[in-house]
Design a protein around this ligand. Structure first.
Ligand SMILES: Cc1cc2nc3c(=O)[nH]c(=O)nc-3n(C[C@H](O)[C@H](O)[C@H](O)COP(=O)(O)OP(=O)(O)OC[C@H]3O[C@@H](n4cnc5c(N)ncnc54)[C@H](O)[C@@H]3O)c2cc1C
Length: 441
């Protein structure tokens, strides 16, 4: 009997990828309501990956995932295929006029609630290294008057990927193993046998012109529909009193190219981090809200396929934006004012500084604008595991209905580990990471 995964973002794809590599893998179907993949968070995210920036309940999954990112990149040339490279990480504080610019340490210590608190991810990073002299920083970051750069992460324990390219790689690998993709489809009903046990799903085509209904046999269902997960669950189990505590949080982003970042940075320690011969590395910069911006910008000088250089900038979130029905609808919701704000920040952070000028010159080439929705869980950690049958109103026997969602701002980093543990749960094995605290109910 087969397994159906609802959602073809990075979590659904990672699950299908590891499942398709299991001993005697089941037949795997990925169902996605969108006509094209990667128009969601997994296609527009920054691609920051960390070893140990997580709270204790996520630490084991975070470490597993970091190792899997590195191993996958080493085995499949990830540095050239999806821009995998170790990352140096700075925290930037720009002093209010006359004020000290020292980074404030989070009172809570490491945690995952920085995003809802509207502060910078840098506040939960392990503090490492000394203050960095602005003159010694890479030219891609424009020196800031009154600014202090502090090193908060190193290529040994931080990395970056181009998330869309990683997703494309996973998809191709899944297809090569016979994983079947059903685009423009959503599951609208559960099929049970005469004993009331799960035997499949009813799918409905989401293309207006094609109101087709079809059935897929399966013993297990994984709901990995990102911010749409609660909706997908509700449609399948309308009688259930279980509420999936995941909310959407919209974030705009920009990708640009800069004349000051034309070739990949080379890791001078020559450590072969990505397994490629190029020893490439990336730079990330996290900024606290301050004099030049009211939000917490994060910018990634990263690589995309073949060693192309680009800068991703985001951090401007909008909790008022409602999640649309289909992820391709998101592109019509991009707010020009938010993009203008981001552009201003981008020019401030990476534009051309002219001596005596207060404002940097915008000599950046636009690559793309983006908007996408993070699946934020109320408890601040992902939900990974089986939904108990008593919450479903059906029997699932050896199979089950699983949730793999709510990764919030960390879905790219935690993707491969989530896929691995999901594949282990679905095939009845012990999990490679301790995810007991991430259970669903
Ligand atoms: C601006 C921004 C920057 C980010 N930067 C980072 C970062 O640097 N590092 C990091 O680790 N994380 C980052 N994240 C978070 C990360 O992008 C997400 O956590 C992750 O992409 C979530 O993946 P997903 O597969 O769960 O969801 P998604 O990527 O949203 O995929 C969900 C899929 O489900 C499909 N779907 C919806 N409804 C249904 C349905 N009913 N049936 C079937 N399919 C359905 C959608 O079409 C979509 O393809 C960022 C997020 C944002 C918004």
């Amino acid at each position: 009997m087969s397994i159906v995964i609802l959602g073809g973002g990075i979590i659904g794809l990672s699950t299908a990828y590891y499942l398709s590599r299991a001993d005697s893998p089941p037949k795997i179907h990925i169902v996605d309501s969108s006509p094209t993949l990667f128009t969601s968070a997994s296609g527009y995210a920054g691609g920051f990956v960390a070893l140990d920036w997580f709270s204790p309940s996520v630490a084991s999954l975070g470490a597993l995932s970091f190792r899997l990112h590195r191993e996958l990149a080493e085995r499949h040339g990830g540095s050239t295929k999806w821009g995998y490279a170790g990352s140096h990480v700075y925290s930037l504080s720009v002093a209010e006029r006359g004020a000290s610019s020292k980074r404030k340490k989070s009172k809570e210590g490491k945690g995952e609630d920085w995003i809802s608190a509207g502060t910078s991810r840098a506040q939960v990073a392990p503090s490492k290294g000394d203050m960095v002299n602005p003159d010694g920083s890479p030219a891609v970051w424009t020196p800031q008057i009154g600014g202090t750069l502090e090193t908060i992460g190193q290529p040994e324990d931080c990395a970056q990927v181009e998330p869309r390219e990683l997703c494309e790689f996973l998809l191709e690998e899944c297809k090569s193993k016979g994983v079947e993709l059903h685009l423009s489809n959503r599951a609208t009903g559960v099929l049970t046998d005469s004993g009331g046990a799960l035997k499949g799903l009813q799918l409905q085509c989401t293309d207006a012109g094609q109101p087709k209904v079809k059935e897929l046999e399966c013993k297990s269902v994984v709901i990995a529909a990102g911010a749409w997960t609660p909706r997908a669950f509700k449609v399948l189990f309308p009688q259930s009193t279980l509420r999936i505590p995941i909310e959407p949080l919209a974030g705009h982003s920009l990708v640009v190219r800069s004349p000051r970042y034309k070739t990949p940075f080379v890791n001078t320690s020559k450590r072969n981090i990505s397994g490629g011969k190029d020893h490439w590395m990336c730079y990330a910069i996290y900024c606290a809200p301050g004099r030049h911006w009211s939000y917490a910008p994060e910018a990634f000088a990263r690589l995309s396929g073949g060693g192309e250089t680009e800068i991703w900038l985001g951090g401007l979130n909008d909790p008022t934006l409602a999640l649309p029905d289909i992820s391709t609808d998101v592109k019509n919701m991009i707010d020009p004012e938010s993009i203008r704000d981001l552009r201003k920040t981008t020019v401030r952070l990476t534009g051309l500084a002219k001596e005596g000028n207060e404002v940097n010159q915008d000599d950046l080439e636009s690559i793309r604008e983006g908007l996408c929705f993070r699946p934020i869980s109320q408890r601040g950690t992902p939900l990974i595991g089986k939904v108990p049958d008593n919450h479903l109103g059906i029997k699932t026997g050896e199979g089950g209905v699983f949730i793999a969602s709510g990764h919030g701002p960390w879905g790219i980093s935690l993707s491969l580990g989530t896929g691995k543990v999901m594949s282990e749960m679905l095939t009845g094995q012990d999990t490679s990471a301790d995810i007991r605290a991430l259970r669903v109910a």
